[in-house]
Design a protein around this ligand. Structure first.
Ligand SMILES: C[S@@+](CC[C@H](N)C(=O)[O-])C[C@H]1O[C@@H](n2cnc3c(N)ncnc32)[C@H](O)[C@@H]1O
Length: 273
């Protein structure tokens, strides 16, 4: 039996409260489609019954599984080249200049999905900045979904995923064949701490960051939720740090804390001084 409109409305509320993700009323078919396999895997007779089970225990594992399916994991290696160009040509050189004595670099990829974004950043650093050898580099990558994080930690990708944005020389240098798939070499995997972290819950302590990637995550949130998250992002960023957002995103905070980096179309922002 399909889910009832009233149950769907309750589920929308639950998803919003637990993840910040907004589902408008037109998304009933999409949610129903995501629920089918969850019902099957968990021995629940149909999606209508699953909806009721989820609503009976809103913080339970069935609700978590549904949120993991709804949270869009769309990503790719070196997604949006202009951001990586700005990172390589402007951001990292500026940080190297400023932190030459301290020699520390903290990077956070929030909403990292299956890991292509943080691995792309690490490969870019390895390829272009040998002078970072000897620096203390901390790289944290987080997501709400334990499911995508498991894949990110494994660093295993299909040929199709590899074809999306990964230059061939990097494939040969940083990956090893794993059956029909490819796996990021352990030395690169070990450089990233993958952690579960829901941006709309209380934030765990994080080190002050030099660079934050928060791309294509807040697009699913309400304006008020975006502003709250971005306020916390501003506090987490070092005063001279850099925030990367998706190309169509603007970091709107309550007191207009961010301004564009002086590099056109980089998706990069800095704190207003
Ligand atoms: C479209 S992907 C973006 C991946 C990557 N940043 C990129 O731009 O390629 C969005 C990711 O945000 C995560 N996400 C959604 N809501 C979240 C929340 N409340 N807290 C943390 N991550 C969340 C999803 O699980 C998903 O992996």
């Amino acid at each position: 039996m399909p889910i009832l409109q009233a149950d769907f409305d309750q589920i929308r509320k639950l998803v919003l409260e637990r993840s910040g993700i907004v589902l408008d009323s037109s998304k009933i078919a999409m949610v129903e489609q995501k629920m089918g396999p969850i019902a099957k895997d968990n021995g629940v007779s149909d999606t209508s019954r699953l909806a009721q089970d989820i609503l009976k225990n809103p913080s339970g594992s069935l609700a978590t599984k549904l949120i993991e399916e709804i949270a869009t994991p769309e990503t790719g290696f070196f997604r949006d080249n202009r951001a990586f160009k700005a990172l390589k040509e402007e951001v990292i050189p500026r940080i190297i200049e400023k932190r030459g004595v301290e020699r520390t670099l903290n990077i956070w990829s929030g909403g990292c999905s299956t890991g292509q974004e943080p691995y792309s950043i690490v490969m870019m650093l390895q390829e272009n900045f040998p002078q970072l050898k000897g620096w203390t580099i901390r790289f944290i990558a987080t997501d709400i979904s334990a499911k995508v994080l498991e894949r990110a930690r494994s660093g295993i990708y299909t040929q199709l995923e590899m074809n999306r944005g990964l230059p061939a020389p990097l494939l040969l240098k940083y990956f090893q064949k794993q059956g029909l798939q490819w796996q990021v070499k352990p030395a690169i995997r070990s450089l990233i701490e993958f952690r579960e972290f829901n941006l709309v819950n209380n934030w765990p302590p994080l080190p002050k960051m030099d660079i934050i990637f928060l791309r294509n995550v807040l697009v699913y949130f309400q304006p008020e939720t975006k502003r709250t998250v971005l306020g916390k992002v501003a506090e987490t960023l070092r005063p001279d740090g850099f925030l990367f957002m998706g190309m169509a995103e603007i970091p709107m905070t309550r007191d207009n804390k961010f301004e564009k980096l002086d590099v056109e179309r980089s998706g990069c922002f800095v704190l207003r001084q």
